[in-house]
Design a protein around this ligand. Sequence first.
Ligand SMILES: [Zn+2]
Length: 461
Amino acid sequence: MNKASSLFWPALVTPKNAIVKQTEQLSRSQKLLTELGLVKPGCNGTYQIMPIAQRAVDKCINLVQRNMQEAGGQKISMPVLTPTQLWKKTGRLEGDISEFYMVRDRSGKQFLMSPTHEEAVTAMLATTAPISYRQLPLRLYQIGPKFRDELKSRFGLMRAKEFLMKDMYTFDVTKEAAEKTYARISNTYAQFFRQLEVPFVTVEAATGIMGGSLSHEYHYISPVGEDTLLKCNNCGYAGNVEVFGNTSANTCPSCQGSQLIPVRGVEVAHTFLLGDKYSKPLGATFLNTSGKPETLVMGCYGIGITRVIAAALEVLSTEQELRWPKLLAPYDVCLIGPKQGSKEQVPAEGVEIELLQQLTQICGAEELLHDDRKELTIGKRLFDAKRLGHPLTIVVGTKAVQKEEPKLELHLSGAEKLELELPEVLSLVTAHVRHKQQLLQESATNEQDIAQLRTQGRTLS
Ligand SMILES: [Zn+2]
């Protein structure tokens, strides 16, 4: 079980009247994460993730992996360093590379600290003995740090110089097969975002530096978003303003209506149908049914793990309290017992111990945070618990030991406090655990095919 007394949890204590020098623009979730000691700023534009927040990161990684495996993904790890030579071959070094970190080894050889791995993965396949059409489709993914030399890092984890990404690269025999894969992974993405229960928008996107023929972005709507999206009030179409180019941004490309409303979005995931943009110049082929080599057809699919967490918090939280997607909350339940030396201490501790055992049965010791800092008042610990945004916080106070109808306090994230008897509290904890299980069992419904994806950015939630 997790004990608050031994948690490394370096909350910021700002002395009264201190002048805080703000070096970076903070969003409200970032402000809370920093003040609460969940995240510590490293040097300019980088972040150190502390134990409580790391739990959310690990949960997000696990959820993404679960979805990737379900969609036929196989996990790999590619080196962070990619020889710039490879990027010359695909022509990408000639684009805008001002945001890329480049390093040289002692012999002078130049490397990119990869912001993305299309070249590296494709070159790896090109130097493998030709694979057979029987081994396709191939869906390889990794989860690791990515680097971008942001001119202006902002909003903490939302736009940091180093961040955690899941990137998947898919290989198919034909354009049609690659389109099927694109639809399959797109549906998996929609499923993942539904599991997080944060309203999201799928938009038609520009292919930009990645190239390819079809691309979608997944956005959370927030005033701190850096993209402008146009949403159609009539048919639900949504597009990144970039895709409108020079054409009129007043007309909906889907229904030709004129009710396009601009909103700000935070991009949290991106998908591309790449075709042979990388496989052709790098010579990545497979052997077709008659044993002849043919060029592989590719797609790539990214999810910004740390950005999803930061942006979800930004959308859900208030100025005072964090609010987590249920599947990402660091703990399910926080339990606060009586203060040391209070008159109810001894009998209330009996209730506390009983509760600890029962809660462990229901949600597992790992999901339980016992705030055992008994030297602190209940009020102080409850204040922390509410700011941390635990889905359920249970308080064992004076009313827990009263003779008539003993009651526990239950605080649900974002709701008024409830005074309930023990069995009612346990049944609400059980309901929470069951709800999480249902979210995990969610499977892609209303699956979209490529034709739908091609003509529509869609608003989903
Ligand atoms: Zn429309």
